[in-house]
Design a binder for this molecule. Sequence first.
Ligand SMILES: [Zn+2]
Ligand SMILES: [Zn+2]
Length: 66
Amino acid sequence: MTETTTTCPKCAGTGWYHYSHNHSKPCEVCCQHDKGYWQLHEHYGDKNGKWACLAGCGNVRNEQHG
Ligand SMILES: [Zn+2]
Ligand SMILES: [Zn+2]
């Protein structure tokens, strides 16, 4: 991993992105997604192959094999 030398334009370097007046989530730009992923199924079906970052940053990735 390389450290960024510029301030994140999304969260201003705080690591938290405020998406509404009093709600915030981990910034998906800064998030390392190192807590792992949980499979989305409630709204997408069981076999959708989509995984969301456990940290709750909102990052979603498609299932990768191998
Ligand atoms: Zn950020
Ligand atoms: Zn994440």
